[in-house]
Write a new protein. Structure first.
Length: 425
């Protein structure tokens, strides 16, 4: 959410953000509604002032004057009451429009329509070369007896997954490694629920607009979040934070759920796009200082890159264009990891800086050095998402006999094993 005063004074910049981010919103309509609301409030305030002044005259009035003054007070009360529905409707409508106003993208963000116009910044790591015909992750799991997609589909429907044996241990190892790694870099470990109330989704910016991606708990006012960002962003909702307590940096692990509405026919094979997964999320709440926030952006991006480097996976970093960065983002980079079977990079991490856009929605404020109440800035980035990360991990580290070489960093989490699986070729 942007400050209404900022929108009034920078309507051109906000309209540009609406245009380049592809948001369906009429800023002129919002400003018109704002002016009407201001006029309504001024009318109500004027009548209230007259009513108060009139009430003070009644005790001093003559018997002849008093009935007229009393009646005028009643008339004013009725007029004020009659305006209340319009006032509330304008306030509600304006709030709904404000929730849809996108953030202003950073000057460095390329203008583009969708992910096809994202800009590659760099590539890291060496692409694997195989002296045998490599398998995709689905075949590797099947040959090792590490999955059972047909049985889990009968239980949970399509886009569910089930891992068995050493694949389970590998998934747990990756998650535990990420938590240890981020903890070692000063992030407080946090285990959180995926359950959240609708207002938490509004606070994070997933609502309005992303309702079709969320599973709802029938008969309850709870929903299942697709990232720990949603509940963590609301942990301090409405609280006044202490300047000394900032920054707050969490490595938050949780289950995650996404309905994947609108993705029919995409990535139906394997572990790329499943409804339920586990994720370690980096979340930072810092002072309202862009240079400090951009420094944090570099840190959380660097953490994600270091995790991939430790897993010995080749990847590339891309800068998201305006049409692929989401309404609330000031700056967004994706990290895409190499998937040999597809001969392309696939998105595994997303790094975002949102300025005070989330903090205004959630009420995350603190008093700065001058005692002024200001909204904090927020950032988030994937640490590791499983099972998606298993796709490049299995495929890049497969060996000619169908076994999987374990990267050095993961071996302590797997009882020292350097290889997983049995020869199957």
């Amino acid at each position: 959410m942007l400050d209404l005063k900022f929108i009034r004074e920078n309507a051109g910049a906000v309209k540009h953000a609406v245009d380049v981010k592809g948001v369906n919103l009429d800023i002129d309509e919002l400003l018109r509604l704002d002016r009407e609301l201001v006029d309504l409030k001024q009318r109500v305030e004027a009548m209230q002032a007259e009513r108060n002044a009139n009430a003070k005259l009644v005790p001093k009035a003559t018997p002849e004057e008093r009935p007229t003054l009393i009646q005028r007070g009643k008339d004013l009360a009725e007029e004020i009451k009659a305006l209340d529905p319009a006032l509330r409707a304008h306030e509600d409508n304006l709030k709904q429009l404000l929730l849809r106003v996108p953030n202003i993208p950073h000057a460095s963000v390329p203008v583009g329509r969708d992910d096809s116009e994202n800009v590659e910044l760099r590539r890291e790591g060496q692409l694997p070369t195989f002296d045998f015909t490599p398998l995709d992750h689905v075949d590797l799991l099947e040959k090792q007896g590490w999955s059972d997609p047909e049985r889990v589909a009968r239980v949970s429907g399509s886009r569910s997954y089930l891992l068995k044996g050493e694949a389970v241990m590998l998934e747990m190892a990756v998650l535990m490694f990420a938590m240890d790694f981020l903890s070692g870099r000063g992030f407080t470990p946090l285990s959180t629920t995926a359950l959240a109330r609708p207002e938490a989704f509004v606070g994070s910016g997933h609502f309005p607009g992303g309702e079709d991606q969320v599973y709802k708990i029938e008969g309850d006012e709870l929903m299942l979040a697709g990232t720990a960002e949603v509940p963590v962003n609301s942990l301090y909702a409405g609280e006044q934070l202490s300047l000394e307590g900032l920054p707050i940096a969490y490595a938050a692990i949780s289950a995650a759920f996404r309905s994947e509405a609108g993705s029919a026919g995409r990535d139906v094979r394997g572990l790329i796009r499943v409804h339920e997964f586990r994720k370690v999320e980096q979340y930072v709440l810092c002072r309202a200082d862009e240079p400090e926030a951009l420094d944090w952006f570099g840190k959380i991006l660097g953490n994600a890159e270091a995790l991939l480097a430790a897993l010995e996976l080749p990847y590339r970093v891309v800068q998201n264009c305006t049409g692929d960065m989401g309404a609330g983002k000031v700056l967004m980079y994706d990290i895409e990891t190499w998937v040999p079977s597809e001969e392309k990079y696939r998105e595994t991490h997303s790094c975002s800086y949102l300025g005070d856009w989330q903090a205004r929605r959630t009420g995350l404020r603190y008093r700065d050095e001058h005692g002024k109440l200001v909204y904090a800035h927020t950032l988030n980035n994937t640490g590791i998402a499983a099972p998606r990360i298993l796709v490049p991990l299995l495929e890049n580290h497969q060996q000619a006999d169908g076994t999987i070489r374990v990267p050095e960093a993961l071996r302590p989490y797997l009882g020292g094993k350097a290889v997983l699986g049995q020869p199957v070729r």
